[in-house]
Ligand binder design. Sequence first.
Ligand code: AMP
Length: 460
Amino acid sequence: MDGPLIAVLGAGQLGRMLALAGYPLGLRFRFLDPAPQSPAGQLAELIVAAYDDAAGLERLAAGATVATYEFENVPARATEFLARRLPVYPPPRALEVAQDRLAEKTLFRDLGIPVPPFAPVDSWQGLLDGVKRIGLPAVLKTRRFGYDGKGQWVLRSADDLAPAWAALGSAPLILEQFVPFDRELSILAARSTAGQIACYPLVENHHHEGILRLSIAPAPGLDEQTQHLAHEYARRVLERLDYAGVLAIEFFQYGAQLLANEMAPRVHNSGHWTIEGARTSQFENHLRAILGWPLGDTGAVGHCAMLNIIGDLPPVAAALSVPGARLHLYGKSPRPGRKLGHITLVEPSEEALRVRADLVRLLASQAAMASHGDFGFWIGDLAIDDCGLTVRQWQAGRLALQWTRAKSPGLISSLSHAVMRDLSLRSHSGRRSRLKAWSSIPASRSAASSRRRLKNCLLL
Ligand code: AMP
Protein backbone atom coordinates (compact mmCIF):
# COMPACT_ATOMS: atom_id res chain seq x y z
CA MET A 1 0.00 0.00 0.00
CA ASP A 2 1.22 3.52 -0.78
CA GLY A 3 2.34 5.61 2.19
CA PRO A 4 1.09 9.14 2.89
CA LEU A 5 1.89 11.69 0.16
CA ILE A 6 3.38 14.96 1.41
CA ALA A 7 2.86 18.03 -0.80
CA VAL A 8 5.57 20.62 -0.25
CA LEU A 9 5.68 24.25 -1.37
CA GLY A 10 9.30 24.98 -2.18
CA ALA A 11 11.89 22.45 -3.32
CA GLY A 12 15.12 23.81 -1.85
CA GLN A 13 17.55 22.04 0.43
CA LEU A 14 15.08 22.00 3.31
CA GLY A 15 12.60 20.11 1.14
CA ARG A 16 15.33 17.77 0.00
CA MET A 17 16.25 16.94 3.60
CA LEU A 18 12.57 16.48 4.47
CA ALA A 19 12.28 13.88 1.71
CA LEU A 20 15.49 12.15 2.80
CA ALA A 21 14.06 11.89 6.33
CA GLY A 22 10.63 10.78 5.12
CA TYR A 23 11.53 7.94 2.75
CA PRO A 24 12.53 5.53 5.54
CA LEU A 25 9.09 6.16 7.09
CA GLY A 26 7.41 5.09 3.85
CA LEU A 27 6.35 8.61 2.89
CA ARG A 28 6.09 9.96 -0.63
CA PHE A 29 6.77 13.53 -1.70
CA ARG A 30 5.64 15.99 -4.35
CA PHE A 31 7.16 19.47 -4.56
CA LEU A 32 6.21 22.72 -6.24
CA ASP A 33 8.84 25.33 -7.01
CA PRO A 34 9.29 27.97 -9.73
CA ALA A 35 12.92 26.89 -10.28
CA PRO A 36 13.37 23.79 -12.48
CA GLN A 37 16.80 22.93 -10.99
CA SER A 38 15.70 22.61 -7.37
CA PRO A 39 17.53 20.46 -4.81
CA ALA A 40 14.41 18.46 -3.89
CA GLY A 41 13.48 17.98 -7.55
CA GLN A 42 16.54 15.76 -7.91
CA LEU A 43 14.91 13.12 -5.74
CA ALA A 44 11.14 13.55 -5.93
CA GLU A 45 8.35 14.62 -8.27
CA LEU A 46 8.64 18.36 -8.97
CA ILE A 47 5.94 20.63 -10.36
CA VAL A 48 7.62 23.67 -11.89
CA ALA A 49 5.17 26.54 -11.41
CA ALA A 50 4.82 29.89 -9.69
CA TYR A 51 3.69 29.61 -6.07
CA ASP A 52 0.39 31.29 -6.93
CA ASP A 53 -0.30 29.28 -10.09
CA ALA A 54 -3.74 27.75 -9.46
CA ALA A 55 -3.25 24.85 -11.90
CA GLY A 56 0.13 24.03 -10.34
CA LEU A 57 -1.33 24.14 -6.84
CA GLU A 58 -4.20 21.84 -7.93
CA ARG A 59 -1.67 19.33 -9.24
CA LEU A 60 0.35 19.62 -6.04
CA ALA A 61 -2.71 18.93 -3.88
CA ALA A 62 -4.22 16.09 -5.97
CA GLY A 63 -4.26 12.92 -3.85
CA ALA A 64 -1.90 14.36 -1.21
CA THR A 65 -2.41 13.57 2.49
CA VAL A 66 -1.11 16.84 3.89
CA ALA A 67 0.63 19.97 2.60
CA THR A 68 3.54 21.82 4.14
CA TYR A 69 6.11 24.44 3.06
CA GLU A 70 9.84 24.76 3.34
CA PHE A 71 10.22 28.39 2.29
CA GLU A 72 8.62 31.18 4.28
CA ASN A 73 8.21 33.69 1.48
CA VAL A 74 5.57 31.64 -0.34
CA PRO A 75 2.47 33.81 -0.76
CA ALA A 76 0.07 33.19 2.14
CA ARG A 77 -2.74 32.89 -0.43
CA ALA A 78 -1.05 29.79 -1.86
CA THR A 79 -1.31 28.06 1.52
CA GLU A 80 -4.91 29.28 1.87
CA PHE A 81 -5.72 27.87 -1.59
CA LEU A 82 -4.26 24.52 -0.51
CA ALA A 83 -6.02 24.68 2.88
CA ARG A 84 -9.39 24.58 1.07
CA ARG A 85 -8.38 21.20 -0.38
CA LEU A 86 -6.33 19.42 2.29
CA PRO A 87 -4.79 19.98 5.74
CA VAL A 88 -1.90 22.48 5.63
CA TYR A 89 0.67 22.56 8.43
CA PRO A 90 2.10 24.72 9.88
CA PRO A 91 -1.19 26.67 9.73
CA PRO A 92 -1.28 29.52 7.16
CA ARG A 93 -1.71 31.98 10.07
CA ALA A 94 1.82 31.08 11.29
CA LEU A 95 3.18 31.88 7.84
CA GLU A 96 1.38 35.23 7.77
CA VAL A 97 2.81 36.20 11.16
CA ALA A 98 6.35 35.13 10.25
CA GLN A 99 6.20 37.09 6.99
CA ASP A 100 5.70 40.38 8.78
CA ARG A 101 8.27 41.42 11.37
CA LEU A 102 5.75 43.76 12.98
CA ALA A 103 3.11 41.03 13.41
CA GLU A 104 5.82 38.68 14.68
CA LYS A 105 7.18 41.08 17.32
CA THR A 106 3.62 41.99 18.35
CA LEU A 107 2.76 38.31 18.83
CA PHE A 108 5.88 37.75 20.93
CA ARG A 109 5.06 40.80 23.07
CA ASP A 110 1.43 39.74 23.51
CA LEU A 111 2.63 36.33 24.72
CA GLY A 112 4.96 37.88 27.32
CA ILE A 113 8.07 36.94 25.33
CA PRO A 114 10.67 39.73 25.70
CA VAL A 115 11.58 41.58 22.49
CA PRO A 116 13.78 44.63 21.83
CA PRO A 117 11.71 47.87 21.89
CA PHE A 118 10.28 48.34 18.38
CA ALA A 119 8.11 50.72 16.37
CA PRO A 120 6.48 50.54 12.93
CA VAL A 121 7.86 53.09 10.47
CA ASP A 122 5.81 54.19 7.46
CA SER A 123 7.13 57.70 6.84
CA TRP A 124 10.21 59.88 7.30
CA GLN A 125 8.46 61.58 10.24
CA GLY A 126 7.66 58.11 11.63
CA LEU A 127 11.36 57.28 11.47
CA LEU A 128 12.29 60.46 13.36
CA ASP A 129 9.61 59.74 15.99
CA GLY A 130 10.74 56.12 16.29
CA VAL A 131 14.36 57.11 16.80
CA LYS A 132 13.32 59.64 19.42
CA ARG A 133 11.43 56.95 21.32
CA ILE A 134 13.82 54.00 20.88
CA GLY A 135 17.16 55.81 20.72
CA LEU A 136 20.33 54.94 18.82
CA PRO A 137 21.89 52.62 17.90
CA ALA A 138 18.90 50.95 16.28
CA VAL A 139 18.18 48.65 13.36
CA LEU A 140 15.82 49.64 10.56
CA LYS A 141 14.36 46.61 8.77
CA THR A 142 11.85 45.97 6.03
CA ARG A 143 8.79 44.33 7.56
CA ARG A 144 8.52 41.76 4.79
CA PHE A 145 10.79 39.65 2.57
CA GLY A 146 13.95 40.16 4.60
CA TYR A 147 16.18 37.14 4.98
CA ASP A 148 19.85 36.45 5.68
CA GLY A 149 20.31 40.04 6.89
CA LYS A 150 18.94 41.58 3.67
CA GLY A 151 16.70 44.65 3.86
CA GLN A 152 18.18 46.10 7.03
CA TRP A 153 20.31 49.01 8.07
CA VAL A 154 22.06 49.69 11.39
CA LEU A 155 21.56 53.30 12.51
CA ARG A 156 24.44 54.39 14.69
CA SER A 157 24.11 58.17 14.45
CA ALA A 158 21.64 60.74 13.12
CA ASP A 159 23.72 60.85 9.91
CA ASP A 160 22.63 57.30 9.07
CA LEU A 161 18.92 58.13 8.95
CA ALA A 162 18.75 59.74 5.50
CA PRO A 163 20.76 57.04 3.62
CA ALA A 164 18.80 54.28 5.41
CA TRP A 165 15.52 55.94 4.49
CA ALA A 166 16.66 56.36 0.88
CA ALA A 167 17.55 52.67 0.68
CA LEU A 168 14.58 51.15 2.47
CA GLY A 169 11.88 53.82 2.74
CA SER A 170 9.77 52.61 -0.18
CA ALA A 171 8.60 49.59 1.84
CA PRO A 172 6.83 49.31 5.22
CA LEU A 173 9.52 49.20 7.92
CA ILE A 174 10.13 48.39 11.55
CA LEU A 175 12.65 50.10 13.80
CA GLU A 176 14.20 48.04 16.61
CA GLN A 177 16.57 48.90 19.37
CA PHE A 178 20.05 47.54 18.66
CA VAL A 179 20.76 44.77 21.17
CA PRO A 180 24.42 44.45 22.26
CA PHE A 181 23.81 40.74 22.69
CA ASP A 182 26.24 38.23 24.23
CA ARG A 183 25.35 35.64 21.63
CA GLU A 184 22.62 34.45 19.28
CA LEU A 185 20.65 31.34 20.15
CA SER A 186 17.80 29.48 18.52
CA ILE A 187 15.27 26.99 19.74
CA LEU A 188 13.75 24.34 17.51
CA ALA A 189 10.46 23.05 18.77
CA ALA A 190 7.91 20.65 17.33
CA ARG A 191 4.19 20.34 18.01
CA SER A 192 2.08 17.57 16.53
CA THR A 193 -1.50 17.83 15.36
CA ALA A 194 -2.30 15.84 18.52
CA GLY A 195 -0.83 18.66 20.66
CA GLN A 196 2.37 16.86 21.72
CA ILE A 197 5.34 19.25 22.11
CA ALA A 198 9.07 18.49 22.03
CA CYS A 199 12.01 20.93 22.06
CA TYR A 200 15.65 20.48 21.04
CA PRO A 201 18.50 21.87 23.16
CA LEU A 202 19.22 25.55 22.45
CA VAL A 203 21.68 26.15 19.61
CA GLU A 204 24.40 28.85 19.50
CA ASN A 205 24.56 30.53 16.09
CA HIS A 206 27.31 32.54 14.43
CA HIS A 207 26.45 34.77 11.48
CA HIS A 208 28.63 36.71 9.12
CA GLU A 209 27.15 39.28 6.76
CA GLY A 210 23.71 38.14 7.86
CA ILE A 211 24.29 34.51 6.80
CA LEU A 212 24.46 31.65 9.29
CA ARG A 213 27.97 30.15 9.23
CA LEU A 214 28.22 27.93 12.27
CA SER A 215 25.82 26.39 14.77
CA ILE A 216 26.94 24.68 17.96
CA ALA A 217 24.53 22.43 19.80
CA PRO A 218 23.83 22.16 22.63
CA ALA A 219 24.85 25.82 23.07
CA PRO A 220 28.08 25.77 25.14
CA GLY A 221 27.70 26.68 28.81
CA LEU A 222 23.94 26.42 28.63
CA ASP A 223 22.16 26.61 31.98
CA GLU A 224 18.93 24.84 32.70
CA GLN A 225 17.03 28.05 33.40
CA THR A 226 17.77 29.53 29.96
CA GLN A 227 16.83 26.28 28.27
CA HIS A 228 13.61 26.17 30.25
CA LEU A 229 12.81 29.78 29.35
CA ALA A 230 13.25 29.07 25.63
CA HIS A 231 10.99 26.00 25.86
CA GLU A 232 8.35 28.03 27.63
CA TYR A 233 8.45 30.79 24.99
CA ALA A 234 8.24 28.23 22.19
CA ARG A 235 5.31 26.50 23.87
CA ARG A 236 3.38 29.79 24.06
CA VAL A 237 3.83 30.46 20.33
CA LEU A 238 3.01 26.88 19.32
CA GLU A 239 -0.19 26.81 21.35
CA ARG A 240 -1.36 30.32 20.40
CA LEU A 241 -1.07 29.46 16.70
CA ASP A 242 -2.49 25.93 17.12
CA TYR A 243 0.71 24.98 15.37
CA ALA A 244 1.79 21.67 13.87
CA GLY A 245 5.30 21.05 12.57
CA VAL A 246 8.72 22.36 13.50
CA LEU A 247 9.10 26.01 14.52
CA ALA A 248 12.38 27.88 14.99
CA ILE A 249 12.66 30.98 17.17
CA GLU A 250 15.86 33.04 17.11
CA PHE A 251 16.88 34.86 20.26
CA PHE A 252 19.49 37.32 21.40
CA GLN A 253 20.96 36.28 24.73
CA TYR A 254 21.71 39.37 26.75
CA GLY A 255 22.76 38.61 30.31
CA ALA A 256 20.11 36.31 31.75
CA GLN A 257 17.55 37.53 29.21
CA LEU A 258 16.38 35.95 25.99
CA LEU A 259 15.01 38.53 23.54
CA ALA A 260 13.09 37.07 20.61
CA ASN A 261 14.29 38.32 17.21
CA GLU A 262 12.30 36.29 14.71
CA MET A 263 10.66 32.97 14.01
CA ALA A 264 10.59 30.60 11.06
CA PRO A 265 7.51 28.38 10.67
CA ARG A 266 9.50 25.53 9.17
CA VAL A 267 12.57 23.38 9.58
CA HIS A 268 15.58 25.66 9.99
CA ASN A 269 19.25 25.89 9.07
CA SER A 270 20.22 26.03 12.77
CA GLY A 271 18.60 22.60 13.17
CA HIS A 272 20.62 20.72 10.54
CA TRP A 273 22.88 19.34 13.26
CA THR A 274 19.93 17.20 14.42
CA ILE A 275 20.36 14.83 11.45
CA GLU A 276 23.36 13.20 13.09
CA GLY A 277 23.40 14.99 16.44
CA ALA A 278 19.94 14.29 17.87
CA ARG A 279 18.03 11.08 18.40
CA THR A 280 15.40 12.29 15.94
CA SER A 281 16.14 14.91 13.29
CA GLN A 282 14.13 18.10 12.90
CA PHE A 283 13.09 16.85 9.46
CA GLU A 284 11.67 13.58 10.75
CA ASN A 285 9.93 15.36 13.63
CA HIS A 286 8.38 17.89 11.25
CA LEU A 287 6.88 15.02 9.25
CA ARG A 288 5.75 13.14 12.35
CA ALA A 289 4.18 16.36 13.67
CA ILE A 290 2.15 17.20 10.54
CA LEU A 291 0.98 13.59 10.21
CA GLY A 292 -0.14 13.46 13.85
CA TRP A 293 2.37 10.73 14.65
CA PRO A 294 4.23 10.54 17.99
CA LEU A 295 7.20 12.91 18.09
CA GLY A 296 10.67 11.41 18.36
CA ASP A 297 13.23 12.00 21.11
CA THR A 298 14.85 15.44 20.68
CA GLY A 299 17.85 14.72 22.93
CA ALA A 300 21.38 15.40 21.61
CA VAL A 301 23.71 12.42 21.21
CA GLY A 302 26.88 14.50 21.65
CA HIS A 303 28.35 17.95 21.10
CA CYS A 304 27.66 19.08 17.57
CA ALA A 305 28.92 21.69 15.15
CA MET A 306 27.21 22.43 11.85
CA LEU A 307 29.27 24.46 9.39
CA ASN A 308 27.51 25.88 6.37
CA ILE A 309 29.26 25.58 3.03
CA ILE A 310 28.73 28.94 1.37
CA GLY A 311 29.68 30.16 -2.09
CA ASP A 312 32.29 27.53 -2.96
CA LEU A 313 32.29 23.74 -2.71
CA PRO A 314 35.07 21.97 -0.83
CA PRO A 315 36.64 18.96 -2.55
CA VAL A 316 34.48 16.03 -1.42
CA ALA A 317 37.44 13.76 -0.68
CA ALA A 318 39.09 16.42 1.47
CA ALA A 319 35.93 17.03 3.48
CA LEU A 320 35.44 13.31 4.02
CA SER A 321 39.04 12.92 5.13
CA VAL A 322 38.27 14.69 8.41
CA PRO A 323 37.46 11.88 10.81
CA GLY A 324 33.80 12.01 11.79
CA ALA A 325 32.85 14.83 9.40
CA ARG A 326 29.47 14.27 7.75
CA LEU A 327 29.03 16.06 4.46
CA HIS A 328 25.67 17.16 3.05
CA LEU A 329 25.57 18.71 -0.41
CA TYR A 330 22.38 20.14 -1.80
CA GLY A 331 22.99 19.69 -5.53
CA LYS A 332 23.28 23.44 -6.17
CA SER A 333 25.83 25.16 -8.35
CA PRO A 334 28.30 27.52 -6.62
CA ARG A 335 27.46 31.21 -6.42
CA PRO A 336 28.71 33.83 -3.94
CA GLY A 337 26.67 33.84 -0.75
CA ARG A 338 24.73 30.71 -1.71
CA LYS A 339 24.20 27.89 0.80
CA LEU A 340 25.54 24.82 -1.02
CA GLY A 341 25.74 22.31 1.78
CA HIS A 342 26.87 21.77 5.32
CA ILE A 343 29.23 19.65 7.37
CA THR A 344 28.25 18.22 10.72
CA LEU A 345 30.57 17.05 13.44
CA VAL A 346 29.44 15.15 16.51
CA GLU A 347 31.96 14.67 19.30
CA PRO A 348 31.79 13.36 22.86
CA SER A 349 33.04 16.62 24.44
CA GLU A 350 33.02 20.37 23.71
CA GLU A 351 36.80 20.35 23.59
CA ALA A 352 37.02 17.58 21.01
CA LEU A 353 34.38 19.39 18.98
CA ARG A 354 36.38 22.62 18.92
CA VAL A 355 39.46 20.81 17.68
CA ARG A 356 37.58 19.02 14.92
CA ALA A 357 35.71 22.16 13.86
CA ASP A 358 39.03 23.94 13.30
CA LEU A 359 40.03 21.21 10.89
CA VAL A 360 36.91 21.77 8.89
CA ARG A 361 37.70 25.48 8.73
CA LEU A 362 41.01 24.54 7.18
CA LEU A 363 39.21 22.54 4.57
CA ALA A 364 36.97 25.47 3.80
CA SER A 365 40.00 27.67 3.31
CA GLN A 366 41.45 25.08 0.98
CA ALA A 367 38.26 25.07 -1.06
CA ALA A 368 38.35 28.82 -1.23
CA MET A 369 41.97 28.82 -2.32
CA ALA A 370 41.29 26.28 -5.01
CA SER A 371 38.63 28.44 -6.59
CA HIS A 372 40.54 31.74 -6.44
CA GLY A 373 43.53 31.07 -8.60
CA ASP A 374 44.75 34.62 -8.94
CA PHE A 375 45.72 35.01 -5.36
CA GLY A 376 46.67 33.10 -2.31
CA PHE A 377 45.28 33.70 1.11
CA TRP A 378 45.54 31.26 3.89
CA ILE A 379 44.02 31.46 7.27
CA GLY A 380 44.89 28.71 9.60
CA ASP A 381 44.36 30.11 13.03
CA LEU A 382 44.56 26.63 14.23
CA ALA A 383 44.00 25.49 17.75
CA ILE A 384 46.43 22.82 18.76
CA ASP A 385 46.41 20.56 21.71
CA ASP A 386 47.64 17.14 22.50
CA CYS A 387 44.48 15.28 21.64
CA GLY A 388 44.12 16.86 18.20
CA LEU A 389 47.73 17.00 17.26
CA THR A 390 48.22 13.87 15.23
CA VAL A 391 45.24 14.49 13.06
CA ARG A 392 46.05 18.14 12.69
CA GLN A 393 49.66 17.62 11.84
CA TRP A 394 48.73 15.28 9.08
CA GLN A 395 45.92 17.40 7.80
CA ALA A 396 47.63 20.78 7.99
CA GLY A 397 50.76 19.41 6.37
CA ARG A 398 48.76 17.81 3.61
CA LEU A 399 46.75 20.93 2.90
CA ALA A 400 49.81 23.12 2.88
CA LEU A 401 51.61 20.80 0.49
CA GLN A 402 48.66 20.64 -1.87
CA TRP A 403 48.29 24.37 -1.83
CA THR A 404 51.97 24.99 -2.40
CA ARG A 405 52.14 22.55 -5.27
CA ALA A 406 49.05 23.89 -6.97
CA LYS A 407 49.42 27.59 -6.53
CA SER A 408 52.77 29.10 -5.93
CA PRO A 409 55.68 26.74 -5.39
CA GLY A 410 58.28 29.50 -5.54
CA LEU A 411 56.58 31.90 -3.19
CA ILE A 412 55.46 29.61 -0.47
CA SER A 413 57.65 26.59 -0.75
CA SER A 414 58.64 26.89 2.87
CA LEU A 415 55.06 26.98 4.07
CA SER A 416 54.57 23.26 4.52
CA HIS A 417 57.86 22.96 6.34
CA ALA A 418 56.90 25.87 8.57
CA VAL A 419 53.62 24.15 9.40
CA MET A 420 55.30 20.91 10.24
CA ARG A 421 58.05 22.54 12.23
CA ASP A 422 55.70 24.67 14.24
CA LEU A 423 53.42 21.76 14.98
CA SER A 424 56.24 19.56 16.13
CA LEU A 425 57.60 22.31 18.36
CA ARG A 426 54.22 22.58 20.00
CA SER A 427 54.06 18.87 20.30
CA HIS A 428 57.32 18.79 22.27
CA SER A 429 56.22 21.53 24.58
CA GLY A 430 52.98 19.62 25.14
CA ARG A 431 51.04 22.82 25.80
CA ARG A 432 47.99 24.06 24.04
CA SER A 433 48.68 26.98 21.79
CA ARG A 434 47.61 28.56 18.56
CA LEU A 435 49.30 28.52 15.23
CA LYS A 436 49.25 31.87 13.48
CA ALA A 437 47.61 32.61 10.19
CA TRP A 438 49.47 33.09 6.96
CA SER A 439 48.36 35.29 4.21
CA SER A 440 49.77 36.59 1.03
CA ILE A 441 48.72 39.87 -0.48
CA PRO A 442 46.34 39.82 -3.44
CA ALA A 443 48.41 39.73 -6.62
CA SER A 444 46.33 42.31 -8.41
CA ARG A 445 43.63 44.86 -7.76
CA SER A 446 41.12 42.68 -9.53
CA ALA A 447 41.62 40.21 -6.71
CA ALA A 448 39.89 42.53 -4.25
CA SER A 449 36.48 41.01 -4.89
CA SER A 450 37.95 37.51 -4.68
CA ARG A 451 39.41 38.48 -1.38
CA ARG A 452 36.01 39.56 -0.12
CA ARG A 453 34.43 36.33 -1.32
CA LEU A 454 37.17 34.34 0.18
CA LYS A 455 36.90 36.00 3.55
CA ASN A 456 33.24 35.22 3.41
CA CYS A 457 34.03 31.55 2.98
CA LEU A 458 36.61 31.53 5.67
CA LEU A 459 34.56 33.18 8.35
CA LEU A 460 32.54 30.09 9.00
P1 AMP B 1 17.42 39.12 11.09
O1 AMP B 1 17.20 39.21 9.61
O2 AMP B 1 16.42 39.85 11.90
O3 AMP B 1 17.61 37.71 11.56
O4 AMP B 1 18.83 39.84 11.38
C1 AMP B 1 20.04 39.35 10.86
C2 AMP B 1 21.14 39.56 11.87
O5 AMP B 1 21.28 40.96 12.18
C3 AMP B 1 20.86 38.90 13.23
O6 AMP B 1 21.25 37.55 13.21
C4 AMP B 1 21.69 39.75 14.15
O7 AMP B 1 23.05 39.35 14.10
C5 AMP B 1 21.57 41.15 13.56
N1 AMP B 1 20.45 41.88 14.19
C6 AMP B 1 19.17 41.89 13.80
N2 AMP B 1 18.42 42.64 14.62
C7 AMP B 1 19.23 43.12 15.57
C8 AMP B 1 19.06 43.96 16.71
N3 AMP B 1 17.84 44.46 17.04
N4 AMP B 1 20.14 44.23 17.48
C9 AMP B 1 21.36 43.73 17.16
N5 AMP B 1 21.59 42.95 16.09
C10 AMP B 1 20.55 42.64 15.30
